[in-house]
Write a protein that binds this ligand. Structure first.
Ligand code: NAI
Length: 329
């Protein structure tokens, strides 16, 4: 059986070629992002393996189906980018990797907190330029601070455990409270109360119609002045232009983003020779108290190995008529 991996990077080739079961499949790697323009590349491939910024809209699925594709194997946990109703209508099965390493994402969220708080990005540049001054680098003790965790599933739990280890007070919001998070001493509150009380807020919920623009002008106005916001969930959880106003006024004191609403056309590519066309992202990058990473929270050796192993297992089980990790609309 032949499988085509769209949006594949050298690290994907490495992890997939070393994963158990790789020899049983003919794996083909394509660096192009899946879109209406590139869907034709999948003609003749029974399995298309896609990542988070691939386009899996109805029009693209229609083209894949016409080319003979029968299975969409997502290399991600999130599936908000798939038109599941269209997949069902076309008889395309969709499988995903529900969990690979919650620690990878949680630890990246913490890395953003530490870097923003202690201004590591500025200190790094300064010392390399021979500037050993400390002005503007004052941070705060994390110990004793109030941290709000929005979405307390696997990643939110891993994040809460780390922050509890720092001696933070934990607040949580999730329609389904997690007893393991409660056992850490976290207090579950309604979202507006959490946003009002927390000094650091980290988003770990999925993107759905309910969570789109969960952080918006009104919720930003309710934050503690100078609060820190971390988003490693999905870009559209926050209304990005509203962040710029909150940063300009100082209402938002720190911002760490690993995901961006309009990232699909930008992230995962070296664009350093090109003018940045996205004015919102360009403005965000001018703030000294903002760190943007290009959707790299998942990127650890352990997570890549787990993504490859589960994806190949998903494909093998589907081929054997015993599918697992199916996503249904
Ligand atoms: P999970 O399914 O274990 O947990 C999600 C939690 O969010 C659940 O407890 C659920 O009840 C909660 N939730 C659902 N609706 C909510 C709402 N309206 N408000 C607050 N909470 C809500 O998922 P997991 O593995 O913890 O992943 C969370 C998200 O992290 C994913 O959906 C994905 O978007 C993102 N992610 C980002 C990665 C990155 O590289 N930046 C990598 C992997 C996941």
């Amino acid at each position: 059986m032949h499988a085509l991996l769209f949006s594949s990077q050298p690290y994907d080739q490495d992890s997939f070629s070393h994963a158990p079961g790789a020899a049983q499949l003919a794996l083909h790697y394509q660096s192009a992002r899946l879109s209406e323009d590139t869907a034709a590349l999948a003609a003749g491939y029974e399995v298309v393996c896609a990542f988070i910024n691939d386009d899996l809209s109805a029009a693209v699925l229609q083209r894949l189906k016409a080319g003979g594709t029968r299975l969409i194997a997502l290399r991600s946990a999130g599936y908000n980018h798939v038109d599941l109703a269209a997949a069902k209508r076309l008889g395309l099965a969709v499988v995903r990797v529900p969990a690979y390493s919650p620690h990878a994402v949680a630890e990246h969220a913490v890395a953003l907190i530490l870097a923003l708080n202690r201004r590591l990005h500025r200190a790094y540049n300064r010392t390399r330029e021979g500037d050993f001054s400390l002005h503007g680098l004052t941070g705060f003790d994390l110990h004793g601070k109030t941290v709000g965790v929005v979405g307390t599933g696997q990643i939110g739990l891993a994040f809460a455990r780390i922050m509890a280890g720092f001696g933070c007070q934990l607040l949580a919001y999730d329609p389904f409270p997690n007893p393991q998070v409660q056992a850490l001493g976290a207090r579950y509150l309604d979202l507006p109360d959490l946003l009002r009380e927390a000094q650091i807020i980290s988003l770990h919920c999925p993107l759905t119609t309910q969570t789109k623009h969960l952080i918006n002008p009104q919720s930003l106005a309710s934050l503690q002045p100078g609060a820190m916001l971390i988003n490693t969930g999905r870009g559209a959880l926050v209304d990005t232009p509203a962040l710029i106003d909150a940063l300009k006024s100082g209402q938002l004191g720190y911002l760490g983003l690993d995901v961006y609403e309009e990232e699909a056309q930008i992230f995962f590519e070296d664009r350093s020779d090109l003018p940045l066309q996205d004015d919102v992202l360009a403005r965000l990058l001018t703030f000294p108290n903002v760190i943007v990473t290009a959707h790299q929270a998942f990127l650890t050796r352990e997570a890549l190995a787990a993504i490859a192993a589960t994806t190949l297992d998903n494909i093998a089980r589907w081929a054997a008529g015993n599918p697992q990790n199916l996503v249904e609309g």
